[in-house]
Design a protein around this ligand. Structure first.
Ligand code: ATP
Length: 263
């Protein structure tokens, strides 16, 4: 189980504006959920904190244990590059992860094969792989350790259409529960029974099931019959059943959701 209670994460680098996520609350128990949200809304930041890669205040529990106290949580795997980019070859990472996370090498090799990635990739350093190859290798590494829980950041980014389908099959097959961050609306229809949350305007809003999302329309303002009302830059947008607004998947509707079109 992943549990976030009043989590606050502050990113600051000298000379850059500060970025804060606060009051993040979430419970993922025996299910896989999707987090959607505009560029820069903090999805990766949230996943990094859940993966033990960033400091936070409040509480992030993986199976009841505070993440900052866990050195290597065997039940949890992530595809975040920070967990792998240590300047060694994919093969060395495989050895390391067999040791550290119980990675199943033969499952990993089977995944590479079905993704049509030759084994020569094992001899290369992760950072010399193409963007798509890197994400496929990291996602396969995360899933081939047969984690109980996963946190996957944009596993379809830079991945071609054929391989997206292969990787989504593995995402569905492995891990009892987890968080999947994606922008790829085309892929949502493969995850219809998952719950979706929106990270917009510094709020984690939801859930609504992906099926409801795909069948819903977006209207401006608050509506009593709304499946979900989202705050987007101080304005309210409601997801409602039926065709009274713009269909969720229609051109422009997500833009509204993400606050690009001024409503
Ligand atoms: N070290 C840092 N110091 C200050 N701000 C940072 C730092 N790292 C990231 N940020 C900022 O934090 C915000 C959230 O970044 P994050 O990568 O979590 O967004 P995201 O929702 O995953 O975006 P995308 O959809 O583009 O991947 C961005 O505005 C980013 O510029």
């Amino acid at each position: 189980m992943i549990e976030l209670k009043n989590v606050r994460i502050t990113l600051s680098r000298r000379g850059y504006e500060r970025f804060d996520l606060e009051n993040m609350n979430l419970k993922v128990n025996g299910e896989k959920v999707i987090i959607l949200g505009p560029n820069g809304s903090g999805k990766t930041t949230l996943l990094k904190a859940i993966s033990g890669l960033l400091p936070y205040s409040g509480s992030i529990l993986i199976n009841g244990i505070e993440v900052k106290k866990i050195r290597n949580c065997i039940e949890y795997s992530t595809n975040l590059p920070e967990a792998y980019e240590i300047g060694i070859t994919v093969n060395d990472i495989v050895y390391l992860y067999e040791e550290l996370k119980g990675l199943d090498r033969s499952l990993f090799l089977e995944m590479l094969k079905s993704l049509n990635l030759g084994e020569e990739i094992l001899r290369r350093k992760l950072y010399v792989l193409s963007a798509g190859q890197s994400v496929l290798v990291r996602t396969s590494l995360a899933l081939a350790s047969r984690p109980e829980i996963f946190g996957l950041d944009v596993p379809f980014e830079n991945v071609d259409a054929a391989r997206r389908y292969v990787i989504s099959r593995y995402i569905k097959e492995y891990g009892k529960e987890g968080i999947l961050v994606t922008h790829e609306l085309d892929m949502l229809s493969l995850f219809k029974d998952y719950k979706a949350y929106f990270l917009v305007s510094n709020k984690l809003q939801g859930p609504v099931t992906v099926l409801e999302l795909l069948e819903s329309s977006i209207v401006e303002g608050e509506r009593e019959d709304a499946l979900l009302t989202i705050d987007v830059m101080g304005k309210k947008i409601s997801l409602v059943k039926g065709d009274s607004g713009m269909k969720f998947g229609a051109l422009g509707s997500l833009n509204r959701n993400y606050g690009i079109i001024n409503v």
